[in-house]
Design a binder for this molecule. Sequence first.
Ligand SMILES: [Fe+2]
Ligand SMILES: [Fe+2]
Length: 195
Amino acid sequence: MKYYNANLIKDLDKISNLVYFNEWFLYVEEILLSDEFQKRKLFYHHDGSLWNHLVSVSYRSFLMAKYHFKKADPRVCAIAGLLHDFYPKAYKYSKELDDLDHFYVTDVKKKQPIHKMHAFSHAKDAANNSVKYFPYLIDDKIYSCIETHMFPMTPIPPKYIEGWIITFIDKKLSFKNIKEISYLPKVIYERFFEK
Ligand SMILES: [Fe+2]
Ligand SMILES: [Fe+2]
């Protein structure tokens, strides 16, 4: 398996010297070690791999809880941030996917009805997939944070402060390279609707 690496610290060398890393790592180590999660290194996500995006959202949400929101639980931010896009199948083709089982690419070229399009369906899919692979880690709060992270593209807002943190950090990272606000509709279309 080309994607699998049991030496997580090597994968995480860009952040392993940063503040509070050990605490964050303790919360998420078993997710990072799972074979299913490591397959996300091969999933396309905007400018890089989905794995990179998930680690960034998790670590930054965790830090935001530590530094800025006393009422937020850093553990919830770390776990829900890491799993917020843990949907079961890739939605865009990338050549890296050729290393994976056919299961992961079956939806890539399929036309979907609107309510099943990636932008509107993947948050719920990620919450359910998280329960499937990590049932002992997912409580109602973590499930809700994952399920609502696409607000306002999906209608139900986050119920918990941790959910708002993840929603904010996810948007901030996903749109960080957009120089002008007028490009936004085009970028949203390319990222969430175009195959
Ligand atoms: Fe998402
Ligand atoms: Fe995301």
